[in-house]
Design a protein around this ligand. Sequence first.
Ligand SMILES: [Zn+2]
Length: 156
Amino acid sequence: MYINNVKFARSAQKLSGEINLGAVARIQEIGEFQGVVKYTLQGEVDRLNRPALVLSIYGIISALCQNCLHPLDILIENQTQITIFFNEDQLDAALFSESESDVIDGVLAEDEFDVVQLVEDEVIILLPCAAKHDSCIGLSYHDKVESPFNVLKQII
Ligand SMILES: [Zn+2]
């Protein structure tokens, strides 16, 4: 889905949708993440009169515990503000300058800004690099009859 992000922000538009992680190739390359993430994008103008997007995402994702190879659910919930800049210099200055900046995240102004891409990027940042049960004590913790190799076969 594409929006003119400046127009969207200045007119305080809002849109919602969801993405199915199983269908996103670059997420599947990271790991066995399944589930649906819902998102809401809200346009606004910040106190410095800059256009901005507020992205909220929420989902319960199924992953594989890297310790015991059994499934576990991960809650992903986040809200972030993304400021829109009109050129790279402004964007770089806001994101990477030594001086204090109130900018959390930034993008460039675009007529055809890819919303799904933005949501996917945000999900990838929030995914754990090594998902694990909170109190996982390894393979013996679960059904001993099932060897990790059988579990692997099911995955493949
Ligand atoms: Zn585990």
